[in-house]
Design a protein around this ligand. Sequence first.
Ligand SMILES: Cc1ncc(COP(=O)(O)O)c(C=O)c1O
Length: 377
Amino acid sequence: MIKCQKELFEIPDGITYLNAAYMGPLTKRAAEIGKVAVEQKLTPWNIPVSEFFDLPGRVYNLSAKLIGAEPSDMAIVPSVSYGIAIAAKNIPVLAGQKIVVMADQFPSNVYPWKELAEEKGATVETVSWPSDDDWTRAIVEAIDDNTAVVATANAHWTNGSFIDLVAVGKKARSVGASLVLDLTQTLGVVPFSVKDVDPDYMVVGAYKWLLGPYSYGFMYVAERNHGGKPIEESWMTRKDADDFTRLVDYKEAYESGARRFDMGEKSNFIHAPIAAEALSLILSLGVENIAAYLKTLTDHIATRARKMGLNVVDEGKRVPNLIGINFAGGVPENISSALEAKKIHVSIRGDSIRIAPHIYNDFDDIDRMFEVFEREL
Ligand SMILES: Cc1ncc(COP(=O)(O)O)c(C=O)c1O
């Protein structure tokens, strides 16, 4: 298992940052790489044409490695909502069919489905919160012969309850439904392989657990969907785009694989090198190792919360990186300001305090947070 990696980051001693689910920090090295990238724009004559394609190429390779995919299955997207819009544009949904989502799912993976359902005369079926926190069973039970799409995640973003995507993928395939995943709250810190789950589309924002820049993310498109329609018609997605002398020899054909789904200006000379550095770090530490380390922290949170009689999701039903302490009557009002006063950063989501440790946190951070809980609750 890895040790705490705080030395890679610039988190001052007085700050307890337990909020990667809100926004992950860059490492010092990634920030340096970003500064060099910004400065490169002072002298654009030094940006070689090859960078237009080599930079995204690095990102396809690294992001594919993270999920057991081929680089040709990956596209670069600016946001989760953009990736989900691509999925919604391409999945055939018939009148009367249903699209399955979870209660209180993150809106970027809900609004496009509501829109599509309205357009097609289909319905969005919202799976209610399971009283035993077993989302896997609840979602699997909701999928039937009438299901066109299952739009879900590896964890509920508000409290970290776990969804077994292998089981969900199996059930979706058995009824011919498409599986669309938003892994923004788990990818990079919870093991995931497209070989095991076989989703149709998977999207992830890079700015949280992947420790990357904002307005940047990745999308996996299964090979069977490579013939679909993109959102935009960027010149860079067409055949022979790398021949800058012949760009107005307009081409009907796209580049092969998932290239057609890339966002315009995918070569982002500032974001791409930062994202590549962040992905390289996560790959070098190993997702399994990161997950094992974070589990020690969330298990410690669960043990201390239970000792105080507080309510958390059971071990085995939660992901290693995210844990919600649930308050049936709502989160007590004094907690936010008490945590803030001690510079302890967590999120309040619904009736839960959501605690999201990453590789820079250790047991001391958690104990500092519990000092406040014990005083205030
Ligand atoms: C589960 C989840 N998905 C997606 C996002 C971000 O979505 P978008 O990239 O569309 O802004 C967030 C941000 O909090 C999130 O928690």
